[in-house]
Design a protein around this ligand. Sequence first.
Ligand code: GLU
Length: 469
Amino acid sequence: MIPPRVRFAPSPTGDLHVGGVRAALFNWLYARRHGGTFVLRVEDTDRERSTPESTALILEGMSWLGMTPDEGPFFQSERGDLYRARLTQLLDMGGAYRCWCTKDDLDAKRAEAERRKSRYGYDGTCRGVTEAPSPGAPFVVRAKLPQDGEVLIDDMVKGRVVLRNDQFDDFILARQDGSPVYNFTVVVDDIDMGITHVVRGDDHLNNTPKQVHLYRLLGADLPRFAHLPMVHGPDGKKLSKRHGAASILAFREMGYLPETMLSFLARLGWSHGDQEEFTVEELQTLFDLDGINPAAAVFDHKKLEWMNGRRMREMSTPELLARARPFIERAQIDPDLPWVPRALEALQPRANTLAALAEGLSLFAGRGPVAYDAKAAAKFLKAESRALLTELAAALEATRPFAAAAIEETVRTFLATRELKMKHIGQPARVALVGGTASPSLFDVMEIFGRDVTLARLRAAAAWSGPEA
Ligand code: GLU
């Protein structure tokens, strides 16, 4: 196989979101799999809607995921000379023509088509016209398309799509101000950059026949096309903010791991047997365009969260600490405090994101008196807890070492001699220690706080609990 040349061609008009990243990923993986080249081209010809901020977000999102382009980023805004040269070439060859129809003329024709309930398409008025109606009259440039016959697209995902040429009108290549339009620049660039496979969202499928005609007019070979199915939410509707975050950097902020994102995004429309999770290396050796499912892919946030948590649970404590460091700092906790690794270990079984992990650490950040959640305190710090908490504190005075296993033994013996169960002391002690009812294992919590804080907090909660009946 000739090494493929593929590209990701985002328009910098907003965030880089899930559908776009998935297109980037499939291109990148295809290039990696077949020893090809991944080109990044920023399609910023729409001056009104393109912003440098958006370009920066796209580049940052890609670099977070490790999708480094082999060539580029190229910017269409810097390639005007090439587009002008190709436009002149098409005009000279008769593949395009100047159109002086005014907006009013066209609006009237469109309104008439609407009135007759027929499809509007440019009627070719200027096809044979070579002279401007008046000197310097503004014009657009239109492609001169065949009016009969068919165009065949042999899509690698959708299969064969045949469209009749009489369904397409002579579309605009350059506006009155000379600025070229997407369907033109995309083809000029794909030809110029030697793109062999155009892999993109199927929202572009209706542009493809126009682009196929331009390849012909420009005398270039067609690339292969692969149009990716849309990404839907679990309700079957197009993925949007309503379904939760859709911008890739929002996932970084929430503490998802880039490797989880890659594995998860790859499975949006692609499969390899029934394997659910992949390392980046596996993706780079297994991915292929023929594994793409033409049906819409479903983005399931819950599954992503679960996958992320699972990956976090596979990490050693030093690795987890290294990955969570920026999140811990953001939670205003010093990651180098001595209790942090032990607390991470305790939180690891339940945290599904790095942000949740850092948030969990805040349970241990304060060592003074703890504020009780009113509801939890009312429910669990009752009169009958008073003696129990005091006696538990006394029993823990002698525990050596003050570590989870020994603490657990002390607590179990304490309960057994009183014929009580864990449920009698679990929640009161938890509220005493962290102020609420959610925390990692009680024994871990005690170990992390150490004896002094543990005893002080148990006793403070005992004092807070109502007097004995
Ligand atoms: N710039 C186009 C977009 O962001 C993509 C063009 C393409 O991939 O052909 O939708």
